[in-house]
Design a protein around this ligand. Structure first.
Ligand code: GDP
Length: 475
């Protein structure tokens, strides 16, 4: 009626097209198109799967400026293995519990909150930066500040560089904790020097990276480290609206034999209550119990608070967003749509960049940067290879895109490389190295194109040809 055409007219036209339909039946897209053409009306398809759930259900509406109040920072600790991440997190956890929780037995839930100088800080204690990147690749940037731990007796190591690349790619400010200064071979200045080469220059040397000397063993420097976290947090002016339906991120989730699905949620906006209806991806439910990391029952949890909830009907994915909604029906509907959407996505063509679709993506204007993760067997080769790849930027044949090396290093291709590539829509190139089993699996799942070579010339040729659309497809 709104277009001035009666229902009878529509049905008559449909019959004319050989389609028997009544008012309440749905018709195919092709039929709608023909019909619109016949009736000379303009149509626009609003596909439900095209517009996202957030919009349909108005889940993540803007918060008015005056609703925003200060919230605690969310901090991740990153760094090379054995440099002391776990030790530092432990010291902080033990010596800075919030007053009301003193004496409680802590359980590992993937995140916890401490109080320092009367302010709260939320720490993610998911192992390493794997979680960090996995979460980012799902579009949930939940970390405000990264603490980069570097052992003073070991210096910058491959995973240190990786961590720096991850934090930079996510645009998260880095505070460096130079750890193990109690050790005999400790040389903090050497660490500062090495970090300079990675683009992190300390304040004393005219840069803007905060570096704190600490020891997880003697606890020296830990209070100063927390002071710096609070200082950076203040500069960042972290705020959220506590007075709305909650939105958060799943930090960890598992199936407990007795209690069913247990999920750690980091609340980011709004306030989660112990009887909220929630939905995350394809899982939904009515919260049955909400506790903190001391198993203390909570009635409410505001922004930056980590909580464990029971009551979901399945185990959600770490890194997925979780929404509180007004009622069970809405939660169920959203989960159902997500199930359908997931199915569609699986069927849909690949969205990730690959050497094969590179040219098309460039042509369609979809791609301006070709991001690469480069791994090789020895350091000299990594350098030679990255330099040659970056030289492609001077080549006139390939001026449609900018080649960026977002990470390079020696050693086999691992899950961290794939996660980083997935998060940054990058290709992974290996020279004389191979992906491990887990990396192969993850690459398949995340649709990351991994190419391995034995001749540098082949790499440059393939990349160049892919950019200019001259790549011979893989057989
Ligand atoms: P992670 O792999 O980065 O989590 O490192 P860990 O926290 O497990 O620490 C690795 C090893 O270094 C452990 O044996 C710790 O006891 C030791 N360690 C950590 N921090 C310090 C420190 O400040 N001083 C000394 N002497 N040892 C430390």
């Amino acid at each position: 009626d709104t277009v001035g055409i009666s229902l009878a007219q529509v049905i008559t036209k449909l019959i004319g097209l050989g389609v028997m339909a009544t008012q309440n039946e749905s018709i195919d897209r092709d039929v709608i198109e023909i019909l619109a053409d016949e009736l000379s009306i303009e149509i626009e398809f609003i596909s439900e799967s095209d517009s996202n759930i957030e919009e349909i259900y108005n889940l993540d509406q803007e918060d008015p400026e005056d609703s925003l109040v200060e919230r605690p920072p969310v901090v991740t600790v990153m760094g090379h293995v054995d440099h002391g991440k776990t030790s530092i997190l432990d010291v902080i956890k033990k010596s800075h519990v919030t007053a009301s929780e003193a004496g409680g037995i802590t359980q590992h839930i993937g995140a916890y909150q401490v109080s320092a100088n009367g302010k709260l800080i939320t720490f993610l204690d998911t192992p390493g930066h794997e979680a960090f990147t996995a979460m980012r690749s799902r579009g949930a940037s939940i970390t405000d500040i990264a603490i980069l731990v570097v052992a003073a007796d070991d210096g910058v190591m491959p995973q240190t560089r990786e961590a720096i690349h991850h934090a930079k790619a996510a645009d998260v400010p880095i505070i460096v904790a130079i750890n193990k200064i109690d050790r005999e071979g400790a040389n903090p200045d050497r660490v500062r020097q090495e970090l300079t080469e990675e683009g992190l220059v300390c304040e004393d040397w005219g840069g803007d990276t905060i570096m704190v000397e600490v020891s997880a063993k003697t606890k020296e420097g830990i209070p100063e480290l927390l002071d710096m976290v609070l200082l950076v947090a203040e500069v960042l002016e972290l705020k959220a609206n506590p007075d709305r339906l909650a939105i958060g991120t799943i930090v960890e989730a598992r199936l407990d034999k007795g209690k069913g699905p247990m999920a750690t949620i980091l609340v980011q906006k709004g306030t989660l209550t112990s009887d909220s209806y929630i939905v995350s991806g394809t899982c939904y439910g009515h919260i049955r119990a909400m506790t903190d990391d001391k198993k203390k029952r909570l009635k409410t949890a505001g922004p930056a608070t980590p909580v464990v909830v029971l009551g979901l009907d399945g185990v959600p994915n770490a890194g997925d967003t979780v929404y509180a909604v007004q009622d069970e029906k809405t939660a169920r509907e959203i989960a159902a749509r997500n199930i359908a959407h997931e199915r569609e996505e699986k069927l849909a063509s690949k969205n990730k960049v690959s050497l094969n679709n590179l040219f098309d993506k460039i042509k369609e204007g979809e791609l301006k940067d070709l991001n690469l993760v480069v791994k090789a067997d020895v350091k000299g080769t990594v350098e030679a290879l990255t330099q040659s790849l970056l030289k492609l930027n001077d080549n006139e044949d390939v001026d449609e895109v900018q080649v960026n090396i977002i990470h390079s290093g020696t050693g086999g291709i691992n899950e961290s490389d794939i996660n980083l590539a997935s998060a940054s829509n990058a290709l992974v190139i290996g020279f004389n190295v191979r992906p491990n089993i887990n990396a192969i699996e993850l690459a398949k799942q995340e649709e990351v194109d991994v190419r391995t070579y034995r001749v540098i010339y082949d790499i440059l040729n393939d990349v160049k040809n892919a950019i200019s659309g001259m790549l011979t497809p893989e057989i």
